[in-house]
Structure formats: structure tokens, C-alpha cells
Design a protein around this ligand. Structure first.
Ligand SMILES: [Zn+2]
Length: 272
């Protein structure tokens, strides 16, 4: 949850700062249709009515020339100083944030260097139309982002060979889903997992169908997973093919005949 909030904050770089503080010195009467920041407002000091965006608010109150709005006649020299400070303070904060964002971006930037064959051959030469069309630099950037995903998430290098990963990447590259974002953590572990399970279940239907006609044997084997837990796999072997039924974690249990027969019996109950 906290991570999600952080990400949202990163999307809005000006989150902590009200970056248009001088709006508080005018009264907004209406917002222009169609957006664009234009508003109809009156000055709180001279009651002048203006249609325009924040730059006109600024120009009016700070008495800036050449902004298509007359300077305020009711803002005294002292008031001008105060409003100016208010404005400058926000500008300082904004440039500070922009600087920090840039530093952050530099820190997270991708490594230099190229290993793509086409690029090496042509290095130092002008970028030809072929190279442009293959978009070499964008490819390199994407490769590096992909590699970083492996390193930062502890993905096994073997995952690069996963046909599902390759499928997904190809879909991304070849589709025109502009603005697509990957499914969220929660959607993967709930809705999408449920759909996939249902799909597999349906695919196995012909095998289950064959059991009644041709018979089925429940078989099992024992093995240890990476955490050295003793697991017992139960499978249904039939003429239609083998099918995984379930696995039982037998940690701390003596696997004698009685226990194993119980495991089989339970599996059988799942059938009938
Ligand atoms: Zn005014």
C-alpha cells in the first residue's frame, strides 16, 4: 500500500507545493469551458475583472508589463514586496524540486554503452535511414530496462527463455495499445489467477472425462522443494493422459503406510 502511495507521489512532481499561490489574491468567478487554465476573476484589491490564466494574475499583481493586462493600481509598494516574496518563495521551491527530480533521474539513468551489432558497425558515421527505421537507441534503452528488471527483482536469467515472457514482450512491441500499463499486483493475484485456473480446468476436461470410461490410477511421488520441504505429489494417470491433482506438505510427519494411505483416500474423496 505504502509503495503505491509513493509511486503516485512520484507521478506528481509538484505534489508538496502550491505552485500558483497568487490565486489567493483574486476571486475566481468562473472557469473557462474546455480547460486551459483560463478563468474569469476579479482582483481582491482594485476589483478589476479579467479573463485569463495564472500568468495574468501574476502580471497584474506584480505589475509586470507586456502581459496583456493592466498593473494593479491598489497594490501599494509594501504589498507588492509581500506578494513578490510569496511568489519567489514558491519559485525557489519549484526549482529545488525540479533539481531534485533531475538528480533522481540521473541516479536511475541507464548505463551507457552499446552492444547492438548494427550500431557498432556504423559507430561514428552518420545515422542512416535504415538505422533510423530500426530505432537502435530506443531498442538499446528498452534492452537495458529489461535487464534491470531482472537484476532488481532477482528474476532467474532463465526467465529470459520463458516462452510466456517472450510472448508478452512481443505483444507489447507489436500492439498499438498506447498508454497500456501492466496489470497490477492485486489483479494478477486475484482476477487473472482465477481466470487462468478456470481455463486450465476446462482444458483438462477431456482427461477427466476419460476416467469413467477407461479407468484411472492415482499415483504419487515424493520430493523435496528448494526449502527442503518433503512434498507428496498426487497425480491421476489414465489413458487420456496424466494430470496433477494436488501436493501435500508432509513436514514433521512420519510418512508411514497409514499416513500415505490416508493421503490417497483423501484424494479419492475429491473424485466422487
Ligand atoms: Zn488589482
Amino acid at each position: 500500500m505504502a509503495a503505491e502511495e509513493n509511486r503516485n507521489a512520484a507521478v506528481r512532481p509538484t505534489s508538496g507545493v502550491d505552485d500558483k499561490p497568487l490565486w489567493s489574491h483574486v476571486t475566481v468567478l468562473s472557469v473557462a469551458a474546455g480547460g486551459g487554465g483560463n478563468r474569469t476573476w476579479t482582483c481582491n484589491y482594485c476589483s478589476k475583472k479579467v479573463v485569463g490564466s495564472y500568468s495574468k494574475v501574476k502580471a497584474h499583481l506584480l505589475k509586470l508589463p507586456n502581459h496583456g493586462v493592466a498593473p494593479c493600481k491598489s497594490v501599494s509598494r509594501d504589498m507588492l514586496q509581500q506578494i513578490k516574496e510569496e511568489h519567489d518563495e514558491v519559485e525557489r521551491k519549484k526549482s529545488q524540486e525540479a533539481y531534485q527530480d533531475k538528480q533522481k533521474a540521473d541516479y536511475l539513468s541507464l548505463p551507457d554503452g552499446s552492444d547492438l551489432q548494427q550500431h557498432k558497425k556504423r559507430k561514428g558515421k552518420e545515422v542512416g535511414p535504415l538505422e533510423k527505421s530500426f530505432n537502435i537507441s530506443q531498442r538499446e534503452k528498452t534492452d537495458k530496462q529489461c535487464a534491470r528488471m531482472f537484476f532488481a527483482s532477482g528474476l532467474p536469467f532463465n526467465f529470459a527463455k520463458s516462452p510466456f515472457f517472450i510472448d508478452y514482450s512481443r505483444t507489447l512491441a507489436n500492439s498499438s495499445l498506447s498508454g497500456y500499463t501492466p496489470p497490477t499486483y492485486n489483479r494478477i493475484r486475484t482476477t487473472l489467477l482465477g481466470q487462468e485456473k478456470e481455463h486450465v480446468y476446462r482444458k483438462l476436461h477431456p482427461i477427466r472425462d476419460s476416467w469413467m470410461k477407461k479407468g484411472v490410477s492415482i499415483v504419487s511421488d515424493g520430493w523435496s522443494d528448494r526449502q527442503r520441504r518433503p512434498l507428496i505429489n498426487l497425480m491421476a494417470a489414465s489413458a487420456g493422459g496424466a494430470m496433477f491433482l494436488k501436493s501435500v506438505d508432509a513436514s514433521g510427519i512420519i510418512k508411514d503406510g497409514e499416513y500415505v494411505s490416508n493421503v490417497f483416500e483423501e484424494a479419492l474423496h475429491g473424485f466422487f
